[in-house]
Design a protein around this ligand. Sequence first.
Ligand SMILES: [Zn+2]
Length: 108
Amino acid sequence: MRKLLCPACCEVAIGPSDEVVCKACGEKMIAIDGSLLAVVPDRPGGLADFLAQLAEKKINVTALRVVGRCEGDARVLFSTDQSDEALQIPGVQYATAGKILPDLAVLE
Ligand SMILES: [Zn+2]
């Protein structure tokens, strides 16, 4: 079973694969096992600045999706083979962190 997140409404579920469809809105859910979550400024260039930080540390991103926006911040779910290095960047933590995505605490 994998931990899944709906990128549209942030509904969470546990399912057999990432082919599962969100019960709330019908969007295809994405697997978040091992994914990281970053909080970036919700403004033009906010994500670019974050990606520049990753580039500086030579961290390659293998998947990325904006999963939520609130109070001037955007929440970005991403994957990399260099999680340990990425976790050194302020605002980056594992996607299961209940502090950033309260709904995901259910899965911990
Ligand atoms: Zn949904």
